[in-house]
Design a protein around this ligand. Structure first.
Ligand SMILES: [Zn+2]
Length: 80
């Protein structure tokens, strides 16, 4: 399942696949460019100084705040 995930900096929101820990930095990138593959144990991101570790799935309000609201249907539409 692909969903919006809020990183440990409590600010950065990325698209995360909870099966393989792949990350996209924007919903527009999904299906177009290769995802970043994060690594256990900290799941550090390369393009932003934060990590998935300690984060949580983003709330609806948080997704709206970063301007991804038009992509809320992505959970249903994306098929890896
Ligand atoms: Zn995956």
């Amino acid at each position: 399942m692909l969903g919006f995930y809020k990183c440990s900096d409590d600010r950065t929101i990325v698209l995360l696949c909870d099966e393989c820990d792949s990350v996209w930095y924007s919903p527009c990138d999904v299906g177009k460019i290769e995802p970043e593959l994060t690594q256990s144990p900290k799941f550090k991101l390369s393009r932003v100084d934060t990590s998935l570790s300690g984060g949580s799935w983003a709330e609806y309000d948080e997704i709206i705040q970063v301007g991804f609201e038009s992509d809320l249907s992505i959970k249903r539409e994306y098929k890896p």
